[in-house]
Design a protein around this ligand. Structure first.
Ligand code: NAP
Length: 313
């Protein structure tokens, strides 16, 4: 990579997320003035996963900073599915809870389909993750007040970065229920021509190279190479992959890179699904970290405020 110049504009998700949060403050104050309480998010954190604990801590800190309320319920790794369900049902009945978040993943002992069952048990009006089948159906029909946070954040980022969506060719790589599929629908509703790629897609690089907007949500470090990208395209990197092997960091980022220095200090660095060489070809690119991640939390807050407002409308 040395000698190449990064030409891509950096799409700063941290700054856009701060703007989204600031815009929420007035709505939160207005809700408080009308209803005598702040929008409230009930969170269920089950199990010992350190990543989940950190995500929940960040969500609670953001909510506190906005003057919203969170109620955290914790369950041990050994908890049963019924215990998790009873907490969700209590949040459903509690009139002071506007939004419900069940932090994924649930402990394995709860069963293979526990997450799907628990998401279905959440009152759809309080489903701030947008995973309930009713909200997914509404999303298909372009009338969802609560859509999945990560793809919604990507649309906000494109809009607030003045990147046109209408009439553009968009390729989404990944077809998960939480990122790829809702992303494709949101882009479609904004009048992009959308192609969804996955692990069985033939000639992936060729398909992606047609795109004006590429969203990579795969979960494989540096998978999307420069040759996939049409010069000047907008590339949104949703992937968050932890690199824990020094030679991997060196192979992807180079021996002189800041990432390698960071790895030598911390023993781990984050890497997106997009190879850093793409910065020499794309017109605009999200960094990892500092791109899509902060937007996901901002949109969770936004969905919680929306859920609170909609319940009283
Ligand atoms: P997922 O459920 O594992 O889905 C990955 C998708 O990538 C699948 O549809 C899979 O295809 C596809 N895929 C895998 N290998 C591929 C290949 N070789 N070629 C083409 N497609 C391939 O993952 P996810 O939950 O959507 O998350 C994706 C990434 O985004 C992860 O790194 C995750 O950590 C990150 N993420 C970040 C945020 C954030 O806020 N920044 C939020 C959510 C997720 P098949 O369907 O054919 O298996």
């Amino acid at each position: 990579m040395s000698g190449n110049q990064n030409i891509a504009r950096v799409l700063d998700g941290t700054a856009v997320a701060a703007d989204i949060r600031e815009a929420l403050r007035a709505r939160i104050v207005s809700f408080g003035a009308k209803h005598g309480r702040t929008p409230t998010l009930g969170i269920l954190l089950a199990g010992d996963d350190p990543g989940s604990a950190l995500y929940v801590k960040n969500k609670m800190r953001t909510s506190d900073d906005l003057g919203m309320t969170t109620i955290l319920e914790r369950l041990p790794e050994s908890a049963s599915f019924e215990e998790a369900l009873s907490i969700v049902e209590r949040f459903n009945r509690d009139a002071s809870v506007d939004g419900i978040l069940v932090q994924s993943p649930l402990p394995q002992g709860m069963g293979a389909d526990a997450e799907q069952k628990i998401f279905e048990a959440i009152d759809a009006e309080k489903d701030v993750d947008g995973f309930h089948p009713l909200n997914v159906g509404r999303l298909v029909q372009a009338r969802a007040p609560l859509a999945a946070c990560t793809p919604s954040g990507v649309i906000e980022l494109l809009d607030r970065s003045d990147i046109d969506i209408k009439g553009r060719q968009a390729v989404v790589i990944g077809r998960s229920d939480i990122v790829g599929k809702p992303m494709a629908l949101l882009l479609l509703h904004r009048h992009a021509t959308v192609t969804v790629c996955h692990s069985r897609t033939k000639d992936l690089a060729e398909v992606v190279s047609q795109a004006d907007i590429v969203v990579a949500a795969i979960g494989r470090a540096a998978f999307v190479k420069g040759e996939f990208i049409k010069p000047g395209a907008t590339v949104i990197d949703v992937g968050t992959n932890a690199l824990t092997v020094r030679s991997d960091v060196e192979a992807i980022f180079g021996a002189e890179s800041k990432k390698l220095s960071a790895f030598d200090k911390r023993g781990q660095v984050w890497c997106g699904d997009v190879h850093p060489e793409v910065a020499c070809i794309a017109g605009a690119l999200t960094p990892v970290p500092g791109g899509v991640g902060p937007l996901t939390i901002a949109m969770l807050m936004s969905n919680t405020v929306t859920a609170a407002e909609v319940r009283y409308s």
